[in-house]
Design a protein around this ligand. Structure first.
Ligand SMILES: *Cc1c(COP(=O)(O)O)cnc(C)c1O
Length: 481
């Protein structure tokens, strides 16, 4: 190959290749379009529907396949506005009162922009000590919030499910559970532990382990005496009790298991105690929080979901492990090509605490809003949600033929309609469908003891008293229809 030919081919490719790196004029036009989209979206939110029953319009996105030629930004933004934003659930709306609502506070979007524009490598301290320290500062802050010691470890994950996976793999390694032990290994939790724990267990190679469902009290909280009995019986039978999974805020009912009492059981002290605080953990910031949230420090591992309780956009979870070495031992590998990077004791690298190597620099979207606003508005917003659930719990009773669930511990309230002479499940199915068809607000439903119950869950930072009053109006209308 002649050098001139090589140079000629490079010269031919460069102009097209350079289109990937637009200059400041083109960038400004792109910014205007995208920021315009953000403005239209946010300005339209107060009157936007929370739920739009999907129609075929959502398929328009498929009509623009990836091709050799690019398309103008205005066309692409329009496509998103019509086919993505036009249908389904709008989690950015304050009327989202179903499942566990997500967030999307604006400075988090700006944080994502900053993180992606500079694209710092946040996985390894050597590559970006600042990015890694920012993440570790947030982990230390969360550890302090739940009362974990300074030497604990953790990771900023994409969500609660991956956080649960990291915790369970850490527990498996720390407790020395080997493949041959799995069939006699026992995991304990109520029927209301989140299904991501089951997924994580299977991914962690624990599919064949025994899952023991501990009885719940009338407020759907784990009964410690039953846990103690079950562990004793399993030990007697020659099985190997391994891990207790307690919930600090179940998704179904918002119940907080009595973490302190569970941790104090002598039988539990020999097991790994994992607390799933994905939904409820950040309520520890509030004076109204249930007392059990002050016992989170008794856990060996714990997860939190900043994309729930800190109102961040989806893609932010966190795992904390009291014994940092256990976390690191479960995830440590030493690739020769990264030898420049092996350990900085002072600022542990996320890559050695997680399945991820390269990762989204997700600390920035959390750090920026927390620093910008300070903690006080976050506390107020979470406390407000607890009071809104109490308010709804009081008000929904006055609707005709309503059965009301237990007093809310956090921000979930359950209720169902029991019209005389009608099948209750059919009536509640119809009621939730009417609310969805209306679309101004959104609630979801669940099964409790094979009965359909409707759930009110306040966790959007845009949900305020007016939203709850609107839901009461929508319910009243749906019942009259
Ligand atoms: C949401 C949730 C999870 C799962 O978290 P993702 O962030 O959705 O992956 C786990 N546990 C509880 C209690 C939850 O509410």
């Amino acid at each position: 190959m002649r050098l001139e030919d090589v140079a000629a081919r490079i010269a031919e490719l460069a102009p097209l290749s350079k289109r990937l790196d637009p200059g400041s004029e083109v960038r400004r036009r792109l910014e205007e379009e995208v920021l315009g989209y953000g403005r239209r979206f946010l300005d339209g939110l107060p009157t936007a529907k929370t739920y739009v029953v999907p129609e075929d319009g959502a398929a328009e996105i498929l009509e623009a396949p990836v091709s050799e030629e690019g398309r103008p930004i205005s066309e692409l933004v329009g496509l998103v506005e019509r086919s993505v934003d036009g249908f389904g659930l709008n989690p950015a709306a304050g009327g989202h009162l179903g499942y566990i609502p997500g967030g999307g506070i604006y400075p988090a979007a700006l944080g994502d922009y900053m993180a992606a524009v500079a694209n710092r490598f946040a996985g390894i301290c050597f590559a970006s000590p600042g990015a890694v320290r920012m993440g570790n500062l947030l982990l230390d802050w969360m550890a302090g919030l739940v009362g974990f010691p300074a030497e604990s470890g953790g990771d900023l994950t994409s969500g609660g499910s991956i956080a649960n996976l990291i915790a369970i793999v850490t527990a498996r390694e720390a407790m020395g559970v080997r493949a041959a032990d799995v069939p006699r290994t026992v995991v304990y939790g109520t029927r209301h532990i989140h299904h991501s724990v089951g997924k994580a267990r299977v991914i962690a190679g624990l599919r064949e382990c025994i899952v023991r469902h501990v009885e719940m009290d009338d407020r759907f909280r784990m009964i410690p005496e039953d846990l103690e009995r079950k562990i004793a019986a399993d030990r007697k039978a020659g099985l190997r009790p391994f891990m207790v999974v307690a919930s600090a805020g179940t998704t179904d009912t918002g119940a907080v298991d009595p973490v302190g009492e569970i941790a104090a059981l002598p039988a539990v002290r020999e097991l790994w105690l994992h607390v799933d605080a994905a939904y409820g953990g950040f309520f520890a910031l509030c004076p109204e929080a249930p007392a059990a949230l002050s016992d989170l420090h008794r856990a060996d591992s714990l997860i939190l979901d900043p994309h729930k309780g800190l109102f961040l956009p989806y893609g932010s979870g966190a795992v904390l492990v009291k014994n940092r070495e256990a976390l690191q031992n479960a995830h440590w590998q030493a690739p020769p090509y990264l030898r420049d990077t092996w350990e900085s004791e002072e600022s542990p690298s996320p890559a050695y605490h997680s399945p991820e190597l390269s990762r989204h620099f997700r600390a920035m979207r959390m750090w920026l809003p927390l620093q910008l606003f300070g903690l006080a508005p976050f506390r107020a917003c979470l406390s407000e949600k607890i009071w809104l659930a109490r308010y709804f719990h009081e008000r929904v009773r006055s609707l005709p033929h309503m059965e009301i669930g237990p007093d809310p511990e956090l921000s979930v309230t359950l209720f169902r309609h029991l019209p005389p002479g009608r099948n209750a499940n059919a009536a509640n199915q119809e009621l939730v469908e009417r609310v969805h068809a209306d679309g101004r607000v959104f609630i979801s439903s669940t099964y409790l003891n094979e009965q359909i119950w409707l759930r009110f869950a306040a966790l959007s930072f845009r949900t305020h008293k007016e939203t709850v009053d609107l839901l009461l109006d929508v319910l009243r209308g749906a019942l009259d229809a």
